[in-house]
Design a protein around this ligand. Structure first.
Ligand SMILES: [Zn+2]
Ligand SMILES: [Zn+2]
Length: 161
């Protein structure tokens, strides 16, 4: 595994990443999805992407740098397949669909910088307490899932402005 996506990536990061990549390969197999070259490349892009949300064109631009034979519709179809299988998560960012790895196990919400698109996890889930209130019998509602995204400017972008 070479650091073809980011020349500044360190040796330690590469080792951690290889481990994560293997976990995602296993996850795909578990879900009965084939490990096609396009899917492998796409997973690597998301794992080395510094937590950023990418739209389909941005994913495609990076895929074709590794394998120019893969076309946009293949990338798009695979993104949607990965979303349907809860490997990748799709959100709406500035009115456009954006994708990131689904972090089901960690249950995280994010602060999203609208300037550089960097995403940072929130320190805790602000909805849990509200869910407990909704679950009480007088409300009679059973919450199943929720989404919380906070948009703004990160520290770096605030300094720049
Ligand atoms: Zn920023
Ligand atoms: Zn939550």
């Amino acid at each position: 595994m070479t650091s073809w996506l980011n020349p500044y990536i360190t040796y330690v990061q590469v080792i951690i990443m290889n481990d994560q990549i293997q976990q995602f390969y296993d996850l795909l197999k578990l879900k009965g999805l084939k490990l096609t070259p396009a899917r492998k490349i796409m997973l690597k892009i998301f794992l080395t992407g510094e937590n950023k949300f990418l739209d389909a064109v941005q994913v495609y631009d990076q895929v074709k740098r590794t394998d120019s034979r893969i076309n946009f519709s293949t990338v798009y179809r695979n993104l949607e397949t990965l979303v349907q299988n809860a490997v990748v998560e799709k959100i709406t960012l500035e009115g456009k669909a954006a994708y990131t790895l689904f972090e089901k196990q960690r249950h995280r919400h994010h602060m999203i910088c609208t300037s550089c698109r960097k995403t940072t996890p929130l320190p805790y889930c602000p909805v849990k307490e509200l869910e407990n209130i909704l679950k009480r019998e007088d409300n009679g509602f059973l919450p199943i899932e929720h989404k919380v995204e906070i948009y703004g400017y990160c520290k770096d972008c605030r300094v720049r402005e």
